[in-house]
Design a protein around this ligand. Structure first.
Ligand SMILES: Cc1cc2nc3c(=O)[nH]c(=O)nc-3n(C[C@H](O)[C@H](O)[C@H](O)COP(=O)(O)O)c2cc1C
Length: 356
């Protein structure tokens, strides 16, 4: 990992940005204070909401942290397909007694307003998902002293990030919980590549430092991605269950509840592939949900909130990586320490084996 990135924290452990409430200032502060890199997720928030969280986090810790932004989305969805899906969700709206949202409620996630704040009052690191920013955007952040990271899921996307001048890539394997950060959702593109296959491909394509994400729950897996060429590991699901995480309690409990025994990629909730625990909503709607983000996200937003308010995990988006069953309900600082100790033990064992 480049020295600028390694200098941000003691351990090569990044707490993933998790939009929807999980990666709140309390969680990010606990991780950064413990020697990892905490992250805030600006996605779905207003620019002011993002700024309030940044200020709150700065009140909790003087350690470095990251802020993650969603890229604005081009208009490519088939309006007729969105309309068909809207009709297919009518039964859900009746069941939860909640109207469906307006699919045209906005597609830029307040991107320019968020960038303006981050340029005026810089943070140590900004990462992007769902696309690659323009070179001048990354250059402006760099001039403000901010490191920039672009999430990638293929070697081509990594090349685009390098071309735009990113300082590093977050390589996201198909095991990852939540949305795939794919730059453009193409239903014909197949289902994605596993992390340990993707890291060396990307290392052989670009010169950028790699942050590896997807399915990592133990220090031994951090050792594996470091061996494969990553400079650090980004963990979402592992931190989602921590007491400091702002994730809904039902979401946390579902991670290790045997009722939810597998994950799948689905467009059912948002119109973009995202990995979550298979529940009733995914089973019933996943097969025919259109590639239409953020239209489908807006459509189902009220339904998901109503399901949570009703205490019904079968109607919520239970984002989770493939390793969810290995989640440990530990305070975030303790989790960072345990992961670091496991990493150190795995690295020592690897050194012994390769020496013998
Ligand atoms: C609940 C949840 C929300 C997420 N939200 C974001 C987000 O806002 N921005 C982002 O870049 N990645 C997001 N991700 C993906 C993570 O950055 C990371 O790629 C993923 O958590 C890694 O896989 P793991 O969950 O198996 O550790 C989210 C993941 C989860 C589980």
């Amino acid at each position: 990992m480049s020295s600028a990135l390694t200098e941000l924290c003691r351990y090569p452990i990044v707490q993933a940005p998790m939009a929807g409430g999980a990666s709140c200032p309390q969680l990010a502060a606990a991780v950064s204070e413990a020697g990892g890199l905490g992250f805030l997720a600006a996605g779905y928030k207003t620019a002011d909401g993002m700024y309030q969280e940044i200020k709150q986090l700065r009140g909790f810790t003087a350690r470095p942290f990251g802020v993650n932004l969603f890229m604005p989305q081009p208009q490519y969805a088939d309006a007729a397909a969105v309309d068909v899906y809207r009709h297919q969700l009518a039964g859900e709206a009746a069941w939860y007694d909640t109207p469906l949202g307006d699919p045209e409620a906005g597609r830029d996630d307040g991107y320019e307003a968020k960038l303006a704040i981050l340029r005026d009052d810089p943070v140590p690191l900004v990462s992007f998902t769902f696309g690659c920013p323009a070179k001048q955007t990354l250059d402006a952040l760099k001039r403000a002293g901010t490191l920039t990271v672009v999430t990638v899921t293929t070697p081509d996307e990594a090349q685009a990030a390098q071309h735009a001048g990113a300082d590093a890539v977050c390589v996201q394997g198909v095991e990852a919980g939540g949305h795939q950060g794919t730059h453009r959702d193409d239903p014909a593109a197949g289902s994605g590549t596993g992390l340990l296959t993707l890291i060396p491909q990307i290392r052989e394509t670009v010169q950028l430092p790699v942050i590896a994400a997807g399915g990592i729950m133990r220090g031994s897996q951090i050792a594996a991605v470091l061996s494969a060429g990553a400079g650090s590991a980004q963990l979402g699901t592992a931190f989602l269950v921590c007491p400091e995480s702002g994730a809904n309690a039902l979401h946390k409990q579902a991670m290790t509840n045997p009722v939810f025994n597998r994950t799948e990629l689905t467009r059912a909730f948002s119109g973009r592939p995202a990995r979550g625990l298979v529940n009733r909503f995914m089973r019933e709607h996943g097969r025919y949900a259109p590639a239409a983000y953020p239209e489908v996200h807006h459509l189902t937003s009220g339904l998901r909130k109503a399901a949570a308010a009703a205490g019904d995990p079968q109607g919520m988006a239970l984002w989770a990586g493939q390793g969810h069953r290995m989640a440990r309900d530990l305070p975030a600082a303790q989790l960072v320490e345990v992961l670091a100790a496991e990493l150190s033990a795995a690295s020592a064992a690897l050194a012994l084996r390769s020496a013998s």
